[in-house]
Write a protein that binds this ligand. Structure first.
Ligand SMILES: C[S@@+](CC[C@H](N)C(=O)[O-])C[C@H]1O[C@@H](n2cnc3c(N)ncnc32)[C@H](O)[C@@H]1O
Length: 269
């Protein structure tokens, strides 16, 4: 088989289906909103600093942030734009983003409840379209096409580098089979097949959502990604946790490097 014969959009969908990832509803994300605002959305966050450094804002006045969460990107750049739009399907995330925008006295931020899969025809086309850490969608090709259509100048997206959110050693320790998820390589290849030439860079982040100060937090982080743990799994996870604590080993639930896949907005036929 040669690369031209591969349909990366279909491969992505199949990979996601095989992973049987526990579906994350909007309500699921609502519960995560405060923690994300606290841990992941501060301007000095290492991931956001890396993200902003890779962006070219020249000649850009408007920005759309899809899956904006607590407003990590759109609020962080609001003072450099005439108008920013944050879209998310989680009301909890949008409420936290609104509270943060008000606290900062930002008057050029519009927050809109919207899913990737919804109709976007009433959403303004912006100079820049962004999807930060919000690209694990059912159909990646449609999502990338939508972002490209929504941008006049440039598009910035981030995707996981690793194929698992949780360290495979932890998954094995609790007795589960390691199941991988699609990573950034699908985005690169899907874009290429759409006729877009993306650039790729990497952002090393401190992993804002996988730091754990206690066993309860550690278990919560693991269950968030893997779905609810049964009692024997919890016992094995506790053993893993204690063993690492005793040996003074770092207790991170997973690798959190991100790939920035970005391109100039490209008219598609
Ligand atoms: C990991 S958070 C990233 C938040 C923010 N962009 C950041 O980088 O800090 C993922 C966000 O995507 C949103 N999201 C997930 N699936 C979505 C969907 N199908 N439609 C709209 N938003 C979605 C979640 O509600 C959540 O706010």
């Amino acid at each position: 088989m040669i690369i031209e014969e591969l349909d990366f959009a279909a491969m992505y969908r199949e990979h996601l289906q095989r992973a049987e990832r526990s579906h994350k509803s909007a309500e699921h994300w609502d519960k995560r909103a405060e923690k994300m605002a606290e841990n992941c959305a501060r301007p000095k966050d290492s991931y956001l600093e890396g993200f902003f450094k890779l962006m070219d804002l020249s000649d850009c006045d408007t920005l759309l942030d899809m899956g904006c969460g607590p407003g990590s990107v759109c609020l962080g750049l609001a003072d450099k734009m005439q108008a920013v739009y944050g879209l998310d399907y989680s009301s909890g995330m949008l409420e936290v983003a609104k509270r943060r925008a008000d606290a900062e006295g930002l008057s050029n931020v519009t927050l809109i409840k919207r899913a990737w899969e919804d109709d976007w025809s009433d959403i303004p086309v912006c100079d820049i379209a962004v999807a930060s850490r919000s690209t694990l969608v059912g159909c990646l090709k449609s999502a990338l096409e939508k972002l490209n259509r929504q941008a006049r100048k440039r598009v910035y997206t981030t995707h996981t580098v690793s194929s698992t959110f949780i360290d495979p050693a932890i998954i094995q320790a609790i007795g589960r089979k390691v199941v991988t998820l699609p990573n950034y390589l699908y985005a690169v290849n899907i874009l290429q097949q759409m006729g877009i030439k993306p650039k790729v860079d990497f952002i090393e982040s401190s992993g804002c959502m996988n730091q754990a100060e206690s066993y309860a937090q550690f278990e919560d982080n693991v269950a968030w990604s893997l779905g609810p743990l049964d009692e024997p799994e919890k016992l094995r996870l506790q053993e893993y946790y204690q063993r690492h604590k005793q040996q003074d080993k770092p207790l991170r639930t997973g690798d959190r490097s991100w790939a920035m896949v970005y391109w100039d907005a490209t008219p598609l036929s």
